[in-house]
Ligand binder design. Structure first.
Ligand code: SAM
Length: 294
């Protein structure tokens, strides 16, 4: 049998050099490519996963599986807060997280701050279903640097901050450090909740440890990382980390979770996602007791 090789004209490949890993999707062609003032944005027409958005060579989302990521970044944190009214999304330019946040009737105001307007314009064209709530009167879309925006925001002016960022390279780098988290802590006050996508528990454990240490140093005394599958990201296994100034975690609003129309998230999935494996607990100190906030 002939060995099979990847022909780079047919396959998009993301290299995860840090893990000696590459992830490929076969495509029928590149539909879009542009260099914005901040980053290179591309869209491929893949065979198995629909449209695929790539920024600076890193997969952002695919049409087929983005619902898992967007639902898990928004619903667990919103249903852990007793009354989330004012929500801030940092990044999130594809607008999938925004759409999920706006499913919560108690949310009265969502401010999305993405540095790059071009990401949203490209999403409107190639992922229109994610942008269907962009004109909701509760939503405000700003195009500026999330680090500077957070530093200028008023004390205790948000109930939930969702950091839906690119990886910690390029413009996303400043969203992963103590000084940014300190501003988030100030803007959230004592009762607010932060959540940030926190990469792969398997291949980015050192990054998760550093993020958690920076969040703790910034005054978030109570952290909980949750997990979910994400087939198009390197390793296929992803996480988000929730943070609060201090414990105990508010009781999770399971009754309201049952009212949401979702494809991946459910009250039972929420409970399961909070349980992390022993190797993760050993590396981070997160105990199973954390999941008692369900
Ligand atoms: N789900 C994706 C992932 O984890 O790969 C993230 C998707 S979303 C498209 C990431 C967004 O973060 C991009 O639109 C990018 O412009 C934005 N971003 C990066 N750095 C930023 C910053 N400093 N302030 C605001 N937005 C930023």
């Amino acid at each position: 049998m002939n060995p099979r090789h990847l022909d780079s004209s047919e396959w998009f490949t993301e290299l995860a050099d840090e893990a000696g890993l590459a992830m490929s999707l076969r495509h029928r062609g590149r539909l879009h490519s542009e260099q914005s003032p901040y980053q290179k944005i591309e869209v491929y027409d893949t065979e198995g996963f629909g449209h695929l958005m790539v920024i600076d060579g890193y997969v952002m989302l695919s049409e087929r599986d983005n619902f898992v990521y967007h639902e898990m970044l928004s619903h667990p944190v919103l249903l852990t807060h007793p009354r989330p009214r004012r929500v801030v999304i940092i990044g999130g330019g594809d607008c999938g997280t925004l759409r999920e946040v706006l499913k919560h009737p108690e949310v009265t105001q969502v401010t999305q701050v993405d540095i790059d307007e071009r990401v949203t314009r490209v999403a409107e064209r190639f992922f229109p279903e994610l942008c269907e709530s962009n004109h909701d009167p509760r939503a405000e879309l700003l195009f500026e640097d999330g680090v500077a925006w957070m530093a200028a925001a008023a004390d205790e002016s948000a109930d939930v901050v969702i950091v839906d960022s690119t990886d910690p390279v390029g413009p996303g780098e400043g969203l992963f450090n103590e000084s940014f988290y300190r501003e988030c802590r100030r803007v959230l006050g004592a009762e607010g909740l932060l959540v940030q996508q926190s990469e792969s528990p398997l291949i980015h454990l050192d990054l998760i440890q550093a993020m958690r240490a920076a969040m703790s140093a910034a005054g978030f005394g109570c952290l909980h990382t949750l997990q979910f599958p994400q087939p198009v990201y390197p390793s296929g296994w992803w996480s988000a980390t929730m943070a609060r100034a201090r414990g105990p975690w508010p009781e999770f609003r399971a009754g309201d979770a049952r009212k949401l129309r979702t494809r991946y998230y459910s009250a039972a999935v929420h409970q399961g996602a909070l349980a992390m494996p022993p190797f993760f607990g050993a590396a981070t100190g997160q105990s199973d007791e954390g999941s008692a906030h369900s």
